[in-house]
Design a protein around this ligand. Structure first.
Ligand SMILES: Nc1nc2c(c(=O)[nH]1)N[C@H]1C(S)=C(S)[C@@H](COP(=O)(O)O)O[C@H]1N2
Ligand SMILES: [Mo]
Length: 225
């Protein structure tokens, strides 16, 4: 068996997951792709399916690590490299400021997350539209999500709606995020959050896994999905 990052335990499945308030904000799978490009850009623009035509499709098998300590191993993602999208689509479309340091992602269910721009340029960061041979559905981020295997799940936004470029760290989007989000959240360094060292947060988060999985499953079931 391959060694897992510190504090992680493998699950046999890949559950739909997140903060409890997002469980019932179900995004239907037939949403057409439209990702707005805003913030520190020369002109606001948007990405649609047609914008992706010049990019090479990439298949990548990677592990997924949630901050609450569950991991899903060997997920087969399909999509486009973020760096490829950035260089060949985003730059020509909207010319983000060269001083960009942070990027805030906004999602169709209201979820947001902030990422270091530099971390996005790693060649294992994908905009994925399929996993394990199936197009993404309501569970895993239709129509398009970010996959960043070296960063905890909460830095892997699903159901992408807007990408916002920032020259400095944006103000926290909520009181909860100010208290718990780690600015970087790298898995190998166990950067789980701000409240306490990662190895302590393992014990705080782990008891929430089972009830959260059930809550997220039930919401899809209630929507007949
Ligand atoms: N739009 C959106 N993205 C999200 C979330 C969410 O609730 N909504 N939850 C985050 C968290 S905490 C995790 S662990 C992963 C879970 O991804 P999955 O539901 O595909 O397993 O998505 C992340 N991205
Ligand atoms: Mo998570």
């Amino acid at each position: 068996m391959k060694p897992l990052p510190p504090g992680q335990q493998a699950l046999a499945s890949f559950p739909r997951f997140g903060l409890p308030e997002y469980a019932t904000r179900v995004v239907t799978p037939e949403q057409a792709l439209s990702i707005q490009l805003i913030g520190a850009v020369a002109n606001e623009s948007q990405i649609t399916t047609a914008s992706l035509a010049p990019l090479n499709r990439v298949d990548q098998v990677s592990d997924f690590h949630c901050v609450t300590t569950w991991s899903a191993l060997d997920l087969a993602w399909s999509g486009y490299r973020f760096i490829d999208l950035f260089e060949n689509v985003i730059k020509p479309l909207c010319q983000p400021d060269e001083q960009t340091q942070y990027v805030r992602f906004h999602c169709l269910d209201g979820y947001k997350t902030d990422l270091w721009f530099e971390d996005l340029l790693s060649d294992d960061v994908l905009l994925a539209d399929a996993v394990n041979g199936e197009p993404l559905g309501s569970a895993h981020g239709a129509p398009m999500r970010l996959v960043m295997p070296k960063h905890y799940g909460y830095k892997n936004p699903k159901h992408l709606k807007r990408i916002e470029f920032w020259l400095e760290k944006p103000a926290p989007y909520s009181r909860l995020s100010r208290r718990i989000d780690h600015p970087r959240a790298r898995v190998e360094l166990e950067e789980r959050g701000l409240l306490a060292p990662g190895w302590i947060l393992r014990y705080l988060y782990r008891p929430a896994i089972r009830t959260t999985i059930r809550r997220f499953e039930k919401a899809l079931y209630d929507h007949n999905l």
